[in-house]
Ligand binder design. Structure first.
Ligand code: DGJ
Length: 326
């Protein structure tokens, strides 16, 4: 028989659980559920879109766009040891309160990526910057720097690498420590690469056109001396088909190698868009394909699609699965 006391005790327990954060939203995770709601340590939805990951001294740092319903609100950073459970470390790069600043509210910061420079001992962030009130017309690369991986990052400057428009982008650090910026240029018709200077803060003049296939959202990884790149088409926030390119050198030639995705809605990147490919530490040839399932009506509520990369005769593919673990 349910007595008043029992009901009272149950309510008390539920209250205690939500105060201590022990609820379904932040129970410890032991697998990936692509496209599902993903909560941080505080029980809040992870807000790190168009992001990338830096592995540094035993910890993964996930940097991404903090989004309001539409607004771009800076760059957030989350930390994890296992890639499933993420602790919210707040804003790595905040919007400036100075209305004259290039990173004032009203502008756009997209696709942030952070790399570590062993020579200068600085963490360097690059992102796609759009100036306040100018829509997507500025098309510039923004650079920020920090002594501490989680920031706060200091905004340094923005520019068009070697005069080229620069929208969707990624960074790639090769085994010899050389770093590269891969970016959509000429109204996204061209995909280009530029080698960074030794301090990673600027582009060198080594800047080449990779291909002119109207692609964006580049995500790059290297395996057995070969470079692989997955990109999306250009349909705004709407999903489209991904393409794989393969090269022996980052500067090309990049050979088109079809759509690497398999399974339901593969031809629309499972409803998402590529953003980054993360090697898993300590697990040989294990890579995670990261994509954003954008919700243009409420960007903050966009979901994450993380899937394992498999290989067939050395060629990568990404197969849909509802749930998986490393
Ligand atoms: C597609 C890009 O990949 C996104 O990062 C974003 O810039 C949207 N376009 C905006 O429409």
């Amino acid at each position: 028989m349910i007595t008043h006391f029992k009901i009272y005790a149950l309510l008390l327990l539920c209250g205690l659980f939500s105060i201590t954060g022990v609820n379904a939203q932040n129970a410890r995770l032991a697998n990936f559920k692509p496209g599902q709601l993903w909560y941080d340590d505080k029980g809040e939805l992870i807000n790190a879109h168009g992001g990338g990951i830096l592995y540094d001294k035993g910890t993964y740092y996930w940097f991404g766009e903090k989004r309001g319903q539409h607004a771009s609100q800076g760059v957030t950073v989350y930390t994890s040891k296992d890639l499933y459970n993420w602790t919210n470390k707040g804003l790595a790069l905040a919007k400036s309160s100075d209305p004259e600043s290039e990173i004032a509210a009203g502008g756009i910061m997209e696709r942030p990526k952070v790399i570590y420079n062993a020579k200068t001992k600085k963490y360097v962030m690059w992102f796609h910057l759009e100036l306040p009130g100018k829509g997507y017309s500025a098309a510039r690369a923004g650079v920020a720097i920090s002594d501490k991986v989680t920031g706060p990052y200091k905004y340094l400057k923005s520019f068009r690498p070697n005069g080229h428009m620069s929208r969707d982008m990624t960074l790639f650090v090769d085994e010899d420590g050389s770093a590269y910026h891969i970016y959509s240029a000429r109204e996204n018709y061209d995909l280009r690469i530029t080698k960074l200077k030794d301090d990673y803060l600027s582009a060198t003049t080594a800047d080449t056109l990779l291909f002119s296939n109207h692609r964006e959202a580049p995500a790059v990884f290297k395996k057995d001396g070969k470079y692989f790149m997955i990109t999306s088409g250009c349909t705004g926030w709407d999903p489209n088909a991904a393409t794989l390119h393969v090269a022996e050198s980052l500067f090309g030639p990049w050979k088109p190698s079809g759509d690497p995705l398999r399974g339901p809605l593969a031809e629309k990147t499972f409803g998402g868009q590529s953003t980054y490919i993360q090697p898993v530490q300590g697990k040989k040839d294990t890579f995670i394909f990261m994509a954003d399932k954008w919700n243009p009506k409420d960007l903050m509520d966009s979901r994450y699609i993380w899937l394992p990369i498999s290989f067939e005769n050395g060629k990568p593919f990404v197969e849909w699965t509802d749930e998986w673990k490393l």
